[in-house]
Design a protein around this ligand. Structure first.
Ligand code: MN
Length: 564
């Protein structure tokens, strides 16, 4: 049901209010395409409605750009639409600030960071709904932005959709991104494949008839059979593995057979194999062994009519819907089973333990934390002990909660940690013991010859930073023993009472520690004395200033200094 249809059902309801509010706030704003900006908010909300998500999420989707792009504040949203909607809008605003800067080595961390920042799966779903519409209208933005958004979609958002089991969306996002990232390849593929598609679709219509007849003869009636053309982006990836030879791609167009239940699926598989011999090693039972993202189906590749190799997929209707819409299909299913209404106040997610995507997130969590805790809600809390921060170059670093800029500096490199003298977060200077938050862009300021301070040990969170600080401190103390650095003043002066005191006062007023003072007559009856003062190491500047002051003292004839 579209947003407008929902409003018709409940005029004046919360969706209606959000619609009016968003339309009013975005009034006058235009998209690059020339469309009113509000159309984008509505398109995102329609995607959310398509996936059968709850009212709160539809409302949040309608409002998702108001805080970022209009005068509306988060507090306004809270007052008007409640805490939960405000939380969702805030989440989308936050994650929209994370930009993919093209460091491929870090994409997995970036995906996790987005999930961690989202805190609630619905935030990610709104972001995906938003991204889908942005991709559908990508041709209107500048080429540079096209490339960045397309890459981000391909590397970050499509894989997240896939992990959530939303294959349909994941594939669509990839296909929308493909021409912007690989324009030449897309053109080639388009030309190359067109005739082949038509040919194979016509062929499959014949296969369809034969199969339907044979199934009917065995009292099996499929819910439906359709053809699925392989998506461009995944076809291209596959072609790369098959020497760009299209004749080797058996699932360019696949036949999809949807049966009533699991046992009928296996019966249908038997019939298919009776009709056409299967290719050895090409029968895949994803019902018994679902894919990690929850995908279930039977796949077989057979030597079909006219000896043409063809892929056939067999599944139940439920599996079919799940594979298209993943988590959203589950939601729908729960609702129709008479689970709690998600539209009333706080959503309840109690009954979701068996859900596939939860399993799959859980696996993700395991590979990530070793924690065995069960995720039993929409809250993305398996990442709650971790934060993800970004370097100015766009690399994402994964740190424990409570980590400071010093932990971050040591994570980059121990030399950076040792030389760390300050930090900027999102451009602002912060103290070194400042606690980092997910999504922070952290820049470390360094100073040459800087040594770590033992006080850092009081606040660093990671043991690797602790170890590195300790070992750096050890190195620097042993250095002092081997080559102590001192400043030594040699003064020739006529002896007088109080001269030594006058000299030492000048030095200690400059807050420099005196290590030793030595004075002796040049010769037994000489009126000249040689005074040697050794103090802690000073800069050349400092030594020169001290020398000038000492030279002015009564009786001082000559002075020089050196560093030892
Ligand atoms: Mn948007």
């Amino acid at each position: 049901m579209t947003v407008k249809e929902q409003i018709k059902l409940k005029p004046g309801g919360i969706i209606d209010q959000a619609y009016q509010f968003s339309e009013r706030m975005h009034r006058g704003q235009k998209r690059k395409s020339g469309d009113p900006y509000f159309n984008h908010a509505l398109a995102a909300a329609n995607n959310i409605a398509d996936w059968n998500l709850d009212e709160q999420t539809i409302v949040a989707a309608l409002l998702h750009d108001t805080v970022e792009d209009t005068e509306v504040t988060l507090q306004d949203i809270k007052n008007k639409f409640g805490e939960e909607v405000a939380f969702l809008v805030d989440g989308v605003t936050k994650i929209s600030k994370i930009k993919y800067r093209g460091t491929l080595s870090q994409v997995e961390n970036l995906r996790k960071m987005l999930l961690a920042l989202s805190e609630d799966i619905r935030v990610i779903l709104i972001k995906l709904a938003d991204r889908l519409h942005n991709m559908q209208t990508l041709k209107h933005v500048s080429p540079q932005k096209q490339k960045r958004i397309a890459l981000e979609t391909m590397e970050i958002y499509s894989p997240i959709a896939y992990r959530l089991g939303m294959q349909q969306l994941a594939g669509e996002l990839e296909d929308l991104a493909f021409p912007f990232i690989y324009p030449k390849e897309f053109e080639w593929l388009n030309k190359e494949i067109k005739d082949e598609f038509t040919k194979r679709t016509k062929y499959l219509e014949r296969v369809h008839k034969t199969l339907l007849k044979e199934l009917g003869g065995n009292n099996l009636r499929p819910v439906f059979i359709d053809f699925r053309a392989k998506r461009y982006a995944s076809l291209y990836k596959k072609l790369l593995r098959y020497d760009m030879d299209i004749s080797k791609i058996y699932d360019l167009v696949a036949l999809r057979v949807v049966m009533k239940d699991i046992s009928e699926c296996y019966s249908a598989l038997g019939i298919v194999h009776k009709l056409w011999p299967p290719m050895p090693g090409r029968i895949k039972d994803y019902i018994a062994m679902p894919k990690p993202n929850g995908y279930k189906s039977l796949h077989t590749t057979v030597i079909c009519l006219d000896g043409i190799v063809t892929e056939i997929q067999i599944r139940t209707k439920e599996m079919h819907e799940e594979s298209e819409n993943g988590i959203a299909a589950h939601w729908n299913y729960e609702q129709s089973k008479g689970g709690k209404a998600y539209t009333e106040g706080k959503a309840s997610f109690a009954n979701k333990k068996e859900m596939q995507w939860v399993e799959q997130l859980r696996n993700w969590q395991k590979e990530f934390t070793n924690s065995d805790e069960f995720i039993d809600s929409f809250k993305i809390d398996f990442l709650r002990d971790r934060i993800f921060v970004i370097s100015p170059k766009g690399e994402v670093f994964d740190l424990p909660v409570g980590a400071t800029p010093v932990d971050f500096a040591y994570q980059i490199h121990s030399d950076i940690g040792n030389a760390c003298s300050g930090a900027r977060i999102n451009g602002k200077i912060v103290p070194l013991d400042h606690q980092l938050q997910s999504g922070n862009v952290v820049e470390i300021l360094t100073q040459k010859n800087k040594k770590p301070s033992s006080s850092w040990l009081n606040f660093v969170k990671t043991s690797s930073a602790k170890d590195k600080i300790k070992s750096a401190l050890k190195d620097s103390t042993s250095l002092i023993h081997i080559a102590p650095k001192e400043t030594q003043f040699k003064i020739v002066a006529t002896d007088r009472v109080g001269l030594i005191k006058d000299i030492t006062v000048i030095i200690s007023r400059a807050h420099i520690n005196i290590i030793s003072v030595n004075s002796q007559a040049n010769a037994p009856s000489s009126q000249f004395h040689a005074i040697k003062i050794i103090c802690e190491h000073t800069s050349k500047d400092q030594a020169e200033k001290l020398a000038m002051k000492i030279k002015k003292l009564k009786g001082v004839k000559e002075l020089n200094f050196k560093f030892t």
